[in-house]
Design a binder for this molecule. Structure first.
Ligand SMILES: Nc1nc2c(ncn2[C@@H]2O[C@H](COP(=O)(O)OP(=O)(O)OP(=O)(O)O)[C@@H](O)[C@H]2O)c(=O)[nH]1
Length: 408
């Protein structure tokens, strides 16, 4: 988790900027021209529509539902601002609370289609929330109004914010859950849900300032759209099993190479036999282990999953001599790595398990080697395709010579 931290911080940067931008705009844009005011007022609704359409096109049911919920919440917030009594505060608070809870809840829901039974149930769930909120506001209960006015803590700056303390108290555990979800299962969608959650909370801090909530709700929807696009990009360009960039990403990289570069083709030795002996699942674990070593290659190389048990490392601005020490290091690291596999078939009864563990160790240790072929751009091999073909032939020679080695 710690190794991934710099990457996660870099991924968080656009969200941090999007969260700071509305406050900056409110403080620095003196006046919005009259012709634009209606547009800015309705911007979150427009962005909600765009995000819903994109989510529909990309088959991302969770984002579709929360973007729709965000549009409805902003509609509720706008209506609330026109109501000066307690019902306005109630509507604003409930719209915000419902949206934040939806963002937390849908971070735990699996993608399961949009026009399926599950998709329609989710839309029904949002419609139910609208009905409940409308009912509570129409009820205009003095008890609810009193609850929203409760002062739980005596903190001056908290009192200056417009958000009721009870709502903040309800949002806190939801926020913690969403943060933990992001730490345990990082990804563009979960990060976007967390950042959008914060934007929605910020929207309720100073709705008295002109366009504050409109800008923050717009930011929430831009964040959701950004997360959706990032997630779709990852699906197209990242290999699902290993997490390495996939062949499509490699193709893009090949188009950007200059006049000096080296390309290595790598293949796990006797992988078919390995799969047959230990099973496909263990084979997958091995591919992940190999990929994690390749992903950590030094010397400016980037590793890609070419397909199956074949990988490619591209070294821009390097020749063979420069990249061989880095490839040797990777090859040695993989050779020396022992993968410990836990036995899968665990007896249900504790006593039986204890007896079995006495007889058989509960783990199995396996290791693999890789062969590498490497080639560089030169007068004979002038295009990336030529260099890859040369690296592939070199890989074949490494296999012929006995595997677990580098050929050029
Ligand atoms: N577990 C798993 N196996 C895969 C995957 N992709 C390809 N394979 C297997 O990889 C094996 C490739 O074997 P071969 O190309 O015959 O070569 P090899 O056994 O590695 O032998 P050499 O390359 O000659 O050392 C096949 O058994 C494929 O089923 C995958 O994603 N997961």
């Amino acid at each position: 988790m710690l190794r991934a931290l710099p990457g996660q911080l870099a991924a968080a940067l656009p969200y941090a900027l999007l969260l700071a931008l509305p406050a900056w705009l409110v403080n620095h844009v003196a006046r919005i021209p009259a012709g634009l005011q209606l547009f800015v007022d309705n911007l979150p609704l427009l962005l909600s529509g765009i995000c819903v359409l994109l989510a529909f096109g990309f088959h991302r049911g969770r984002t579709l539902v929360v973007a729709l919920a965000a549009g409805l919440a902003y509609w509720g917030m706008s209506l609330a601002e026109a109501v000066s009594d307690n019902r306005g505060v109630l509507l604003f608070s409930l719209a915000q609370l419902a949206l934040c809870l939806n963002l937390t809840l849908f971070a735990f829901v699996r993608e399961r289609g949009m026009l399926s039974k599950f998709g329609l149930t989710r839309l029904g769930f949002i419609a139910l929330q609208v009905a409940v909120i409308a009912g509570l506001v129409a009820l205009d209960s003095s008890l609810l109004a009193a609850v929203l006015e409760l002062q739980l803590v005596d903190i001056v700056w908290l009192e200056r914010l417009y958000i009721p303390q009870v709502i903040l108290l309800l949002l806190l555990p939801a926020l913690v859950i969403l943060i933990v979800r992001n730490l345990l299962q990082p990804g563009a969608t979960h990060a976007a849900f967390l950042a959008a959650f914060l934007a929605v909370v910020f929207a309720a801090f100073r709705p008295d300032l002109p366009y504050w909530d409109s800008f923050y709700m717009s930011a929430a929807l831009v964040i959701l759209t950004f997360g959706l696009l990032q997630d779709s990009y990852r699906m197209a360009f990242r290999d699902e099993l290993t997490g390495l960039p996939a062949r499509r990403a490699m193709q893009h990289k090949l188009n950007t190479l200059g006049n000096e570069y080296a390309i290595a083709m790598l293949d796990v030795d006797h992988f078919k036999k390995f799969n047959d002996t230990h099973g496909h699942e263990v084979g997958d674990q091995v591919l992940k282990m190999v990929a994690s070593h390749l992903g950590a290659v030094t010397g400016g190389g980037t590793a890609y999953r070419y397909g199956g048990e074949e990988f490619t490392i591209i070294f821009p601005r390097r020749n063979i001599k420069q990249c061989i020490p880095h490839l040797s290091k990777v090859r040695e690291n993989i050779e020396n790595y022992t993968l410990v596999l836990r036995r899968r078939e665990r007896p249900r009864k504790a006593e039986k398990g204890r007896r079995q563990r006495g007889r058989n160790p509960p783990t199995k240790r396996v290791s693999v080697t890789i062969s590498i072929g490497v080639a560089e751009r030169n007068q004979k091999w002038t295009t990336p395709r030529d260099v890859m073909e040369a690296a592939d032939k070199a890989l074949y020679r490494a296999k012929e010579k006995g595997r677990n080695q580098i050929s050029r």
